[in-house]
Design a protein around this ligand. Structure first.
Ligand code: PMT
Length: 404
């Protein structure tokens, strides 16, 4: 997400300055270009030289040390940046930003900044909770500036309180989310997409169920990729795998619960991708308490009932939604996949050979053939599921462009 992003990092004077050195290194590790400006007080905590060596660029401190007559540094920096980050942000600098003051390099550049601004306040708890600071923060938020909520914990003053500089990991996560919401150029920006993932569980009794080997890796990879492409993502999943916080996660277990979760959202969707391995049959009469050994005769004769075919039902209901299915097959892969594409009224299907050790169910890799409604065929050789997810979304985007 930060790859090739131009980040102007504004460092203001607080004990947390030393932690910002690491924050800057993570920006660089993630492929961003970073330029640093510091207030005089920030330079009392860590020298500009540290930031200069790590960013491999001059650090701006003095508004009037204009070395190049062809440029005005603070305006150049604000024009150059894709995003500006103030970390740590003192109560003083936040106040100046709120009032539009420009009395040093940092505040002058920030006042000249038109691109998105992300602020990480860190200060004494009383300064943070002072109504003046709170009002200033609110003013910034009202202008669309993103303000990270500080941590509560042990402060430099030797007592507990709110105002602590948060873990860099949280800052990075919130920053990526913020960038996503601001980047209007992402290919799936404005699209609502729902992805299903994992194998459904059909309860026999409260402790036993019928399921399959689907881990949810494929569906979760698609959900992450769709989110990275700017879509508003809902993930209906049976899996315990993680998902980014910005993804709406709906945890389900049975095919029936998955059907209900998808059905109630379907009218609002632009794209539905069914990567879940949905059980075609469920248990007709699941026991409400744990079956005993003596009941095992019942277990040997479990009566099954047909589950709803989610994709087929959505295929019948669809208006403008773009529908994508997966076909997990051990034989006649392409033939069965194309048949399912037609039967379920899909726009695209991913033929996925299963029953192999190193691809398909519960592996990090996959190998698929994608078919469009017009029987266009795209083979994706064995690669990571994260890459398959991107290739699939690229194909969907191409199809959407084609049909719009
Ligand atoms: O989760 P992983 O371990 O990463 O594994 C990924 C995967 C192999 C499960 C995935 O890539 C995959 O192939 N998913 C589809 C599995 C499947 O149920 O295939 P199917 O051919 O039985 O079903 C065809 C399509 O109809 C699928 O999109 C399925 O989600 C959908 N379906 C099936 C039955 C049903 N009752 N309702 C449905 O919506």
């Amino acid at each position: 997400m930060l790859k090739n992003k131009k980040i102007a990092l504004y460092v203001t004077g607080g004990i947390a300055v030393y932690k910002v050195v690491d924050l800057m290194r993570s920006f660089i590790k993630n492929g961003a270009q970073v330029r640093v400006a510091m207030t005089d007080s920030a330079t009392k905590f860590v020298t500009p030289m540290t930031f200069q060596i790590l960013s491999r660029h001059e650090v701006y401190v003095d508004t009037f040390s204009e070395n190049n007559p062809a440029h005005v540094s603070h305006v150049d920096l604000s024009d150059w940046a894709d995003i500006s980050i103030v970390a740590p942000a003192t109560a003083n600098t936040i106040g100046k930003m709120a009032y539009g003051l420009a009395d040093n390099f940092v505040t002058s550049a920030l006042l000249a900044t038109a691109s998105p601004i992300f602020v990480v306040p860190a200060m004494n708890t009383d300064m943070f909770e002072n109504p003046a600071t709170q009002e200033n923060i609110q003013t910034l938020k009202n202008r669309g500036v993103y303000v990270v909520d500080p941590d509560t914990g042990f402060l430099a003053e030797g007592y507990e309180g709110k105002g602590r500089y948060p873990e860099n990991e949280r800052i990075l996560e919130e920053l990526e989310n913020f960038i996503m919401t601001k980047d209007m150029t992402l290919p799936l920006r404005g699209y609502k997409i729902l992805i299903s993932a994992g194998g459904t569980k059909e309860r026999i009794d409260p402790v036993r169920y019928i399921t399959n080997d689907s881990s949810g890796k494929m569906g979760h990879a698609i959900a992450e990729a769709a989110y990275q492409y700017g879509a508003e993502v809902t993930l209906v999943t049976t899996s315990a795998l993680n998902a980014s916080k910005a993804i709406e996660r709906v945890q389900v277990d049975s095919a029936k619960a998955m059907f209900e979760a998808i059905d109630e959202r379907f009218d609002d969707l632009d794209i539905l991708i069914m990567a879940a391995a949905v059980s075609d049959y469920g248990v007709a009469h699941p026991a409400t308490s744990k079956m005993k050994k003596e009941d095992y005769s019942k277990l040997l004769n479990i009566e099954l009932k047909e589950n709803p075919d989610i994709l087929k039902t959505m295929g019948q209901k669809k208006k403008n939604q773009f529908l994508v299915g997966f076909a997990a097959e051990t034989d006649h892969l392409e033939e069965y996949a194309v048949k399912k594409l037609a039967e379920k009224n899909l726009d695209l299907i991913v033929a996925n050979e299963v029953g192999k050790e190193d691809t398909g169910f519960d592996s990090d890799d996959n190998q698929v053939v994608i078919f469009t409604k017009e029987h266009q065929r795209l083979e994706v050789q064995k690669t990571k599921k994260t890459e398959i997810a991107r290739r699939l979304l690229d194909k969907i985007i191409e199809e959407l462009d084609h049909h719009s």
